[in-house]
Write a protein that binds this ligand. Sequence first.
Ligand code: ATP
Length: 286
Amino acid sequence: MSDLAGKGCEIIVPFDERQPLRDIEKSIIKKFRKNLWSKFIKAIKAYNLVEDGDKIAIAISGGKDSLLMAKMFQELKRHGQVKFEIEFIAMDPGYHEDIRKLLIDNCDYLDIPIHLFDSKIFEIADEIAKDYPCYMCARMRRGALYSKAQELGCNKLALGHHYDDVIETTMLNLLCAGNFKTMLPKLDSTNFDGIKIIRPLYYIREEHIIKFIQTSGIWPLNCACMVAAKKTGNKRYEIKDLIKNLGTNFKDVEKSIFKASENVNVDSVLGWQIDGEKHSFMERHE
Ligand SMILES: Nc1ncnc2c1ncn2[C@@H]1O[C@H](COP(=O)(O)OP(=O)(O)OP(=O)(O)O)[C@@H](O)[C@H]1O
């Protein structure tokens, strides 16, 4: 087994024992309506994420975010007016066997029928990018998920990134990469024809997902590799803490970071890119 697989990490401890499935499902549209269900629907409508005739591959890592996303899609199919199909795909990058078992057990309990498939991503990332495997791992993971979605005839791939992932990405780019770029709620694949990525949890705050998971009594897979377990080798963890700390002095700082990417004033920036082509404010002065 690759060193990346790890054994485990900080866990999200449930408030109570596992609740009956029907209660968990009901809680999404009742108890958590405002913070989960309404936000899910809002993003779907705002960005046209689900359309008639879609076949959506829902990517399940076994973590809290993707488990919730799976249940919300099932609710949407049950209650919504749009006609679409769903397939749940879960890729095993070389998990520790206990983690794989937890993933399967949670999906069984929650009635999420997954297509579980293997890849050797941990082994490869460990070999070719030992010190900073995250970038390599994420790229290969994306490729594996796209291929599976395409094999199943899907036109969309749904990922469980939420609001806090979005603002962390914005800050990560600003502070570490020197650019202004966020994570979009919908985008075309560059390598896989006819597949779009969608992020229906775009407006959902992580704290509400944690509350839902704790209330449901589920022990989600919290981190699947050593990098996540140790919280080192990836700047994202530092950015997460930074945003949290900023919140003590700046009111609604998360909202401001999120809004910044809706309100870019192109009249007041030095340069920008469209379709990979660079532009400068100087073009307007020549
Ligand atoms: N091994 C995997 N198999 C299928 N989908 C995956 C896998 N790993 C990640 N994903 C998808 O990519 C999304 C983002 O992955 P990331 O590792 O950033 O997860 P996360 O923020 O911890 O979310 P989660 O709680 O769902 O694991 C996940 O929500 C899921 O949709």
